[in-house]
Design a protein around this ligand. Structure first.
Ligand SMILES: NC(=O)C1=CN([C@@H]2O[C@H](COP(=O)(O)OP(=O)(O)OC[C@H]3O[C@@H](n4cnc5c(N)ncnc54)[C@H](O)[C@@H]3O)[C@@H](O)[C@H]2O)[C@@H](O)CC1
Ligand SMILES: [K+]
Length: 509
């Protein structure tokens, strides 16, 4: 799904109002309708008791209009102004007048009044309409108190547009944010619904059409999208195909101490349709890899006494690489100067697309120029946060999406920043936010499976823009299947590999 920025939403609202004559109060009424419907759905009793916390901006206006609709639906409603009355926008004032005409009142926030607090504790639902896309600084004072009340009273909260406290474009939490059971957003979702700490505050997200003309919405350019099941489509394998049609891929990994990593990656590649998978491992690891891999073709490479690749391994791998279409470097290579030198040497020599994972990425620490020298060649990096920071990625501000996009642009690579809501960013500044997966995948070996899957789809000829976000989604979906079948605690990367074929099959068309 396309992701809009706060700025784009402001532009769309303004153009709908000014260029197309859609009254702003009509947009707000539609927003409030969707909000009230969700609140009624969420309330423990309907009609029951509702508290609507409303800020002074137009997000507050949505809340005031929602309070009126709940009143009309038979709810007992307290509609609370959190903020200064002088700052109320015109539309929010207009909604206050409509609320008054319906017998309601926009009352001041009195958190110290014990009667008010006692009333709130018996509510069936709370509506959070303090701040929307207009949040511009840390939540403090009365707003912070109200957010805190919503988060501690154990009553389900429905947020208008975005949980108050979440920055729409980054998902950063400014101060404290509401942890909503549901969020009703308008026209298009925002990045903050998915990424960062804010992504954990959204609850169930619904997107309501509030009447902004479709052509205006379609006329904008949306560089960031989410990936969902409907976006994942793999081609039917031609009836007259042979193994050469599905890619010859090369995988370089393994060391004494990390014998499983290249095996996971190779099995994921085989299980996702790769034609021929060649695996280069250090000689001491070879008997193990050979015993575990029947379909893939492991071969031994020169190793040092630590059981890691030695410098001569680079040239030996190069000869095997001839004829391959894509190469994965990294799973289980181990960290050492010799290995890092082999990786950097290969990156300089290989003119094929390369997927770089784990210790392959670590080899670039302090040598980012090696990555930059591959401009124009396809390089996919799949770091988790620690590896990303070692490469110079900037995560301290809490803006994972912005950081991933900036890195991909600066170094002309495809960056897969792994974690909750993995982000795949491309050199043109576009990015995909993944929407599935679970903490059962937070285990050693998961990343190797993903790297092997990316290698496989690239090897089968899918363009990186499709292959990489789809591989991330398929990996997450296989993880979901495992979590449902055996639970997050006990599921393993081996289970995820075993779940891949059926998940993939559902997306072939
Ligand atoms: N016509 C429109 O523009 C529509 C707007 N809609 C709603 O309007 C929202 C955007 O409205 P606004 O642009 O008025 O913005 P908001 O209502 O999100 O917030 C802006 C107000 O909050 C203040 N503020 C921001 N951060 C603060 C902080 N940390 N502490 C204290 N005060 C703070 C600002 O000074 C301003 O008064 C959307 O999120 C959506 O809910 C919807 O009603 C649909 C139509
Ligand atoms: K809100």
């Amino acid at each position: 799904m396309r992701i809009a920025t706060a700025e784009q939403m402001r532009t769309l609202d303004r153009r709908a109002i000014e260029e197309r004559g859609v009254p702003s109060l009509e947009l707000m009424e539609r927003a409030a309708n969707a909000l009230a419907e969700a609140a009624i759905d969420t309330a423990a009793n309907a009609p029951g008791r509702a508290v609507c916390f409303c800020g002074p901006g137009n997000n507050g206006g949505d809340g005031v209009a929602c309070a009126r609709l709940l009143l009309e639906a038979g709810f007992e409603v307290r509609c609370i102004l959190v903020g200064q009355r002088e700052k109320l926008t015109c539309d929010t004032r207009a909604m206050e007048a409509r609320l008054a005409a319906a017998g309601g009142v926009l009352e001041p926030f009195t958190p110290d009044d014990p009667d008010f607090a006692a009333w709130c504790l018996k509510a069936d639902v709370m509506v959070d309409a303090i701040f929307g896309i207009g949040l511009n600084t840390e939540v403090r004072g009365d707003a912070l108190t109200a957010v805190h009340m919503m988060n501690t009273c154990d009553i389900p909260v429905v947020s208008a547009d975005i949980p108050s406290g979440v920055e729409a474009d980054t998902g950063r939490v400014l101060g404290e944010a509401v942890r909503a059971a549901r969020t009703v957003t308008f026209t298009l979702p925002k990045a903050g619904h998915y990424v960062g700490k804010g992504g954990l505050c959204t609850g169930v997200l619904t997107v309501a059409d509030i009447g902004i003309p479709r052509d205006l919405v379609d006329g904008e350019d949306y560089p960031v999208q989410t990936v969902e099941g409907a976006d994942v489509r793999l081609p039917v394998r031609p009836r007259d195909a042979h193994k050469g049609d599905f890619g010859k891929v090369y995988l370089l990994g393994g060391s004494v101490g990390y014998t499983g990593a290249p095996v996971f990656a190779a099995q994921a590649a085989v299980r996702s349709g790769a034609g021929l998978v060649t695996v280069g491992v250090p000689a001491p690891v070879w008997p193990i890899a050979a015993a575990k891999l029947d379909e893939a073709m492991p071969h031994p490479l020169p190793a040092g006494k630590e059981g890691q690749l030695s410098l001569e391994a680079g040239e030996a791998a190069m000869t095997r690489l001839a004829g391959c279409g894509v190469c994965l470097i990294g799973p289980g290579l181990g960290r050492g100067n010799g290995v890092a030198a082999v990786v950097r040497h290969l990156l300089g020599e290989i003119h094929l697309p390369v997927v770089l994972d784990a210790d392959g990425i670590n080899a670039l620490e302090g040598h980012i120029d090696v990555l930059d020298s591959r401009r124009g060649l396809h390089t996919v990096l799949t770091p988790h946060d620690g590896e990303f920071v070692r490469l110079g990625g900037e995560l301290s501000s809490g803006d994972r999406l912005g950081a991933a996009r900036a890195f991909a642009v600066e170094h002309a690579c495809c960056l897969v920043l792994k974690g909750h809501r993995t982000i795949t960013a491309f050199p043109d500044g576009s990015a995909y936010i993944n929407t599935n997966g679970n903490p059962g995948m937070a285990k050693g070996g998961s990343g190797d499976v993903l790297a092997g899957l990316i290698l496989s789809l690239l090897g089968q000829g899918l363009p990186a823009r499709q292959a990489v976000p789809m591989a991330v989604w398929l990996h997450g979906e296989a993880g979901e299947v495992c979590a449902r079948a055996i639970g997050e605690y006990g599921m393993t990367p081996t289970d995820v590999i075993a779940a891949l074929p059926a998940v993939i099959e559902e997306h072939v068309s």
